[in-house]
Design a protein around this ligand. Structure first.
Ligand SMILES: Cc1ncc(COP(=O)(O)O)c(C=O)c1O
Length: 449
């Protein structure tokens, strides 16, 4: 395929960055699909009138960030899933009803270009979805805890941890869940994982043998839908509305495994009311189904009392709860967890041993101490204030600037959805216009509530 790139030598932006940006955009827009080859660097360099080095540097960066892969002398090919599209969302003018899930690679996605920590060309005002503020990381306390651990307990560095996770951390997580989310679990029901994604994988693998079909929300968190789709089973995408998942549209066949984000639907932000939560639990019992509850950002609720998690209402042990410290402390820690019914814990622990033989000791031990010593609660209180004031500022600005803006999912979590008013340019165009003014907003297609 011919790539149409326009370089501007006077823009002040290095040429290799311009090549990288534009090729990445073309991949994320789905015009260059998985498996397609990029033009040979020599040819592209000639066409653009730049040095081959410029193109090679851009290609190397695209490869380093996982968009493409060089296959020896055969060329450079687009990878199936751009890494930073994991947080997204399908497109289409209308809310989707049951039917095939669109191909996230081929369709324009909510694009997460690069990562703030990994450098890259970030806009000055970046409304990056779901990331904690690096300035909010409790570095001083963390350093103190880590230094203390390293000065006393280095033997753990040369040993294996319990594959289910450090017992102190499991206890701290269980205590936090009982208090903050009304989930009645003990440490022998918690498995510590490499972030929420690993926890979703663990639960999926634990339950797939009991599963006849898979159900996901529509729209759905791409990280979860990718796991489900790798199974080669029938998938039912179930639409969401302003109250989250439409229980009335769930299949009635027996033996489903459902992925759901009831406290802050990803991406719409809808919060499932308790009546619907109870209906959902009834559905699970009646159809002999299981539910994976992804409670990815529930530590941040700004208005009203904390919500009881679905797992906290579940008397029948049909909900496998998944949480993460990626939003509350930092995604770089890569610590999450799954809770499982007590009778499934041994199996989950063995499975985790098979998957990765447990987690790194130091981060687990530091996090356990951070929670135990009360720092985590204080940290959450501080961050809630900070994020609430930012949320308020954003909502105020939208209300001041636009007539009755439709804002969704602002009561909690680390993102909200602003529905573009009628007559505005299409979302994707708005994204580009905002970007030109140094503002990063991210597009969520096809959400109609
Ligand atoms: C809805 C949702 N679930 C789960 C995760 C998993 O997060 P992590 O693997 O970083 O813990 C994310 C991350 O952004 C998310 O947005």
């Amino acid at each position: 395929m011919e790539l149409t790139l326009t370089l501007d030598a006077t823009s002040g932006k290095p040429l290799q960055v311009q090549v990288f940006d534009q090729v990445r955009e073309i991949i994320l827009e789905g015009k260059l699909k998985a498996g397609m080859a990029l033009p040979a660097s020599r040819l592209l360099a000639e066409r653009l009138g730049v040095s081959r080095n410029t193109v090679n540097t851009a290609y190397e960066r695209l490869a380093a960030e996982g968009y493409v892969k060089a296959r020896g002398t055969a060329g450079v090919f687009v990878e199936p899933i751009p890494p930073d599209s994991l947080l997204l969302i399908q497109r289409g003018g209308q809310a989707q009803t049951n039917g095939p899930i669109p191909d996230e690679v081929g369709e324009p996605l909510l694009c997460f270009a690069g990562s703030p920590g990994g450098g890259g060309d970030r806009p000055e005002f970046d409304f990056w979805v779901g990331r904690s503020d690096p300035a909010g990381f409790p570095l001083r306390i963390w350093r103190r805890i880590v230094n203390r651990l390293l000065s006393r307990e280095t033997a753990y560095l040369t040993d294996y941890c319990d594959p289910a996770g450090l017992p102190e951390l499991r206890t701290a997580i269980a205590t936090h869940l009982r208090r903050a989310r009304a989930v009645a679990v003990t440490e022998d029901q918690v498995v510590v994982t490499t972030g929420g994604q690993d926890a979703l994988n663990l639960v999926f693998n634990l339950l797939k043998g009991h599963t006849r079909q898979l159900c996901i929300e529509n729209p759905c968190y791409l990280g979860a839908s990718l796991i489900f789709r790798s199974a080669g089973m029938t998938i039912h995408p179930v639409p969401v509305d302003g109250d989250g998942l439409r229980i009335d549209l769930l299949p009635r066949d027996r033996g489903s495994l459902l992925y759901v984000t009831p406290s802050h639907q990803f991406p719409t932000g809808a919060m499932m009311p308790v009546t619907r939560r109870l209906e959902l639990l009834r559905w699970a019992e009646e159809t002999d189904s299981y539910i994976v509850e992804d409670d990815y950002d529930s530590d941040f609720r700004y208005d009203g009392p904390p919500l009881t998690a679905l797992a906290g209402l579940d008397g029948a042990r049909r909900v496998f709860y998944v949480g993460t410290f990626s939003k509350s402390v930092g995604a770089g820690l890569r610590i999450g967890y799954a809770t499982v019914p007590r009778m499934s814990w041994d199996e989950a622990r063995m499975l985790k041993a098979r998957m990765s033989n447990g987690q790194a000791w130091l981060e687990q031990a530091a996090l356990a101490a951070f929670i135990d010593e009360g720092h985590f609660d204080r940290h959450l209180r501080r961050l809630r204030q900070l994020y609430k004031s930012r949320r308020d500022c954003l909502v105020r600005a939208l209300r001041k600037t636009f007539d009755e803006p439709v804002i969704l999912g602002a009561e909690s979590g680390l993102h909200l959805v602003w529905q573009l008013p009628n007559g505005f340019p299409p979302a994707r165009r708005m994204q580009v216009l905002a970007r030109e003014r140094g503002i990063g907003v991210y597009v969520c297609f096809g959400v109609q509530l």
